[in-house]
Design a protein around this ligand. Structure first.
Ligand SMILES: Nc1ncnc2c1ncn2[C@@H]1O[C@H](COP(=O)(O)OP(=O)(O)OP(=O)(O)O)[C@@H](O)[C@H]1O
Length: 238
């Protein structure tokens, strides 16, 4: 693992970047209640790497992730994902961009209980109206193998362990082939053994499938699975 001390200082590398942020600022509230959640963040996220965002509570981790993922508007600065400046997209275009290019995994697995693991995994393709062609089937197959779910595809969530459910959620987030996967405290609901198993599978998606993963975590142990660690403090990268 390498610790990234000044990610913004790296030269922009064009095609090799999945995403980048420049001079990001974000303020909540007004007057006395004003909170400067981001105070000028520069960050490069290279393709095919696993980056952990750490930092104390309130340091701006979730705000940064939401701004990078186009879930929240920035007050200043730019976010570029897969060469697209998110600030240039209107709300509808941003919604489509997020659906097609960005995957999310949360602490809660958010699987649909009446669907099997396989049906949960391919749901985003059906919702997006995408034809399930050979390329899509190949990707789904590779994901199922990488995430160790091949013998669990017919099970419903209630018949799966917490770790298996989170791996289904990861497969579902990756089935559209997103540029970036954001994982927000993905092991927050799991015991340490199951967390290790999920983090190992997340790392395999980077190593074997070339996925770019950004994970927000409080846990040093979880961050140790990442290639790079970005530490936030008071709305800045420390
Ligand atoms: N919607 C909001 N309205 C007002 N203030 C907010 C809002 N969201 C976040 N903040 C404030 O912005 C700052 C950064 O919050 P953020 O959630 O990004 O921190 P965090 O590092 O993710 O914290 P945690 O680890 O506790 O989740 C905090 O002071 C928080 O109280």
């Amino acid at each position: 693992m390498t610790t990234t001390t000044q990610p913004g200082a790296r030269p922009a590398a064009g095609e090799t970047l999945a995403a980048s942020a420049r001079a990001l600022t974000k303020t909540y509230g007004r007057g006395d209640a004003q909170v400067h959640a981001l105070r000028g963040v520069d960050l490069d996220l290279p393709r095919g790497r696993f980056t952990a965002i750490m930092g104390p509570s309130g340091s701006g981790k979730s705000t940064l992730m939401h701004c990078l993922a186009g879930l929240d508007h920035v007050d200043g600065g730019t976010v570029t994902v897969a060469g697209t400046d998110l600030g240039s997209l209107d709300d509808d275009a941003l919604t489509v961009f997020r659906r097609e290019r960005i995957g999310f995994v949360f602490q809660a697995f958010n699987l649909l209980p009446m669907l099997t693991a396989y049906q949960n995994i391919v749901l985003p393709l059906e919702l997006g109206g995408r034809p399930v062609d050979d390329a899509v089937r190949d990707r789904a197959h590779a994901l199922v193998e990488t995430l160790g779910l091949a013998d669990r595809l017919g099970h419903r969530p209630a018949e799966l362990s917490g770790g298996q459910q989170q791996r289904v959620a990861i497969a579902r987030a990756l089935v559209t082939g997103p540029e970036l996967l954001f994982a927000d405290e993905p092991t927050g609901n799991l015991d340490s053994e199951t967390s290790a198993e999920v983090l190992e599978h997340l790392r395999r998606s980077v190593r074997d499938l070339g996925q770019t993963v950004v994970m927000v975590t409080h846990e040093q142990g979880a961050a140790s699975y990442a290639d790079d660690v970005v530490t936030m403090r008071d709305g800045r990268i420390a």
